[in-house]
Design a binder for this molecule. Structure first.
Ligand code: SAJ
Length: 451
């Protein structure tokens, strides 16, 4: 049973169950004066930038994570994210306290939940969200604002509100304010988009929930876009990532057609992108990784089934991206055979293993499936990735190769999967007897094949 603390001594708190409502002015004054304490639950790639954002805006921030390693790294002033620097952690240290105890949230006036929402058996796994709410709500003082930032299926926030009321007698919009404000963090974004300059969607369970969440995020985001309900915010977020999935899948289909028509796919997409409206460029690659694009669209399936509506386009797109790493391996086998070799015992070097440029993150990285399949074919696989110093796949270390002409010349096939640090412009590529460019970013050459 989730209940709330009441602390008669704290002037900012009144026991709403006694019928008194926490004054709007209190919350606004706490925010305006920077006296509000902001709690962040989950200090991963969306929570830590938010914690440092609020600390940089002058708020005291209480960060909570179940991973003691993350907590210790922050306490040492060592960032584990490309978007947060060690210097930021050092400078913000006085205002950023971190720990693993949910009781610390008793000090917070606003709490943002930023925990992972992976899938389990193809449906959204909300266990981290449920665990965070169960652990934290008992420590919250009446009048606290609670915001869900994790990507969640539409209806999740309202279901949580009803559960808190049903199980704990908590009046949402009086005892506790609840809203959904999805993260839009794009790790290592090359175009300068950050949490602060990316519009923030906010949808509250009540109008006052929306208003308070809007006031909160206006402190760290240049633009806040309130919407009429948590459901709108939840679905807009999932739809953004579904839109990306479908368009990446479309670019994969285009790339297969272009290869057969011998038309350079990247030039086609760049040409289409000159149209100033109605087109958004997405580029073909070895597949789609990360915790978002291959995952979030799956949240819609069970809801569509319940509603009896058809999401075959999304399903087809998901199938297309899931099949892509296998297509990469088929092509490698084909190219080596065309050169008179066989895949058994062939030396194959994977260049770039993380799921995208600029990050060290291997979650759902296409390179994992490619390496797994190559191993299955009997190939000798190694990799080079400046951001991933070591890698174990299926309990077997993947040998690390050096980025040298000698090493490249010794391979049967070198496969560009993730082009970090402008490696595409590196002259070493000419040393390799055969290169498969899955991103279509290398300068054409006799030894270069496009996926
Ligand atoms: N990819 C392509 N072609 C493209 C774009 C991406 O193959 O044209 C691949 C990437 O290589 C990568 C995967 O898709 O493997 C995902 O790339 P991403 O740039 O979408 O990266 P994420 O997952 O880090 O970020 C996405 C972003 N969503 C959208 O742009 C709609 C980000 O803004 C979200 O905040 C994030 O998901 C999230 O957390 O939801």
């Amino acid at each position: 049973m989730v209940t709330m603390v009441s602390s008669p001594t704290d002037s900012r708190a009144a026991d709403p169950r006694a019928g008194t409502v926490v004054e709007v002015a209190d919350f606004d004054r706490l925010i305006a004066s920077r006296k509000a304490v902001v709690g962040i639950i989950g200090l991963g790639y969306t929570g830590l930038p938010l914690a440092t954002g609020f600390a940089a805006a002058g708020f005291s921030v209480v960060g909570l994570d179940t991973d003691a390693e993350k907590i210790n790294a922050i306490l040492r002033g060592e960032s584990y994210l490309p978007d947060v620097s060690d210097l930021e952690l050092e400078e913000l240290h006085p205002r950023l306290s971190v720990g693993t105890s949910p009781a610390a949230m008793a000090a917070a006036d606003a709490v943002v939940v930023c925990v992972p929402t992976p899938t389990s058996h193809g449906v959204a796994d909300l266990s981290h969200v449920d665990a965070a709410l169960a652990a934290v709500v008992p420590h919250l003082r009446p009048g606290t604002l609670l915001v869900l930032q994790s990507t969640i299926p539409p209806g999740t926030t309202s279901a949580a509100a009803r559960r808190l009321t049903r199980e704990g007698g908590i009046r949402i919009g009086t005892d506790l304010y609840l809203a959904m404000a999805p993260e839009r963090i794009n790790p290592a974004n090359a175009d300068g988009w950050r949490m602060t300059n990316t519009p923030k969607l906010v949808g509250g369970f009540t109008p006052e929930c929306t208003r308070r969440a809007t006031v909160l995020f206006e402190q760290v985001c240049e633009q806040v876009h309130p919407v009429s309900s948590p459901e709108v915010a939840e679905l807009a977020k999932v739809f953004e990532n579904t839109f990306r999935l479908v368009n990446i899948a479309l670019s994969l289909e285009l790339s297969d057609l272009c290869r057969h028509l011998r038309i350079p796919v990247r030039e086609v997409i760049d040409a289409a992108a000159t149209k100033p409206y109605g087109f958004l460029a997405h580029y073909p690659g070895p597949g789609v990784g990360g915790e978002c694009i291959p995952v979030d669209p799956l949240f819609l399936q069970p809801l569509a089934q319940l509603a009896g509506t058809d999401l075959s386009l999304v399903q087809a797109a998901h199938r297309r991206i899931t099949e892509r790493p296998g297509q990469v391996v088929d092509r490698i086998v084909e190219l080596i055979a065309a050169g008179g070799g066989t895949i058994q015992q062939a030396r194959v070097l994977i260049v770039g293993v993380s799921y995208k440029e600029g990050v060290a993150d291997l979650r759902n990285a296409p390179a994992l499936d490619i390496i797994r399949a190559l191993r299955h074919c009997g190939a000798q696989v190694s990799y080079y990735d400046p951001l991933v110093p070591s890698m174990v796949l299926d309990n077997q270390a993947v040998p690390v190769a050096a980025w040298t002409p000698t090493e490249l010349a010794a391979q049967d096939c070198v496969v560009l999967v993730t082009p970090h640090n402008r490696i595409a412009a590196d002259p070493h590529w000419s040393a390799a007897p055969l290169v498969l460019d899955t991103r279509n970013v290398l300068t054409p050459g006799d030894n270069i094949e496009i996926l």
